[in-house]
Design a binder for this molecule. Sequence first.
Ligand code: AP5
Ligand code: MG
Length: 231
Amino acid sequence: MTDEPVLDRDHERLILLLVGAVGAGKGTQAKLLSSELGLVHLASGNLFREALAAGTPLGESAREYMEAGELVPDELTIAMFMDELAKPAAKAGAILDGFPRTVGQARALDRTLAENGERIRRVLYIDVPKEALIRRVAGRWICPTCGTTYHEDTNPPRASGTCDRDGTSLRQRDDDRPEVVRARLDKQVPPMLEVLSHYEREGIVDRIDGTQPIDAVTDDILSHAGVPAAS
Ligand code: AP5
Ligand code: MG
């Protein structure tokens, strides 16, 4: 890590945005793309969960919204995310997962990038029907150590209940209770569609069929994003 300026006019960062409803596969794909492309994975939901676990004021402020399945207010979310995007880890670029989620967040992001001669390269909308989303979230298990996501039917770990990578016991998320999932869908899909419209006006959105197997979704994203893999 160095202290060099992150926003370098001569080397535009590669910034890809993954958009999708709860359980669409944003986190799964962002993690795979991050290692494939050598870019940092920035997920606003993960940042809030880390802040919550650490008991920071930001985490405490976000808690009531997350527990109710609501979006955390823009004034908290934008500042948190911009700080991450400006860190050296994002020097080469980033896979954005779950931010921006409102038009206000999208405008703030566009403005910050434009000030540095940058822009979002592509927006990949991972489209999955609502019934499938609910099944996915109900069967999701996550490694609290490395963040790898599994599904008990479609993407199980080799040994039940244990992470393939580091052997940690898998957990379910507090906000994956059925009533919170319904609230997340009801309250968060409309602003997500507005964000898509915002970027559709720029002609940079591709719809990805998120019902395909995980590897096929990754291949589709890579071909639409038009970026070569790192290796
Ligand atoms: P966040 O953590 O971002 O939650 P989310 O958007 O609801 O999305 P998920 O993480 O639940 O789903 P995912 O798309 O990542 O799916 P995954 O890959 O895990 O946000 C949490 C909360 O934080 C929000 O509710 C809000 O309160 C707050 N927040 C976050 N960002 C915010 C923002 N910008 N502004 C305001 N508030 C914000 O996959 C799901 C399951 O499906 C897994 O089990 C996986 O194995 C499986 N699966 C994945 N792909 C496939 C496939 N192709 N086929 C079969 N199964 C698959
Ligand atoms: Mg996620």
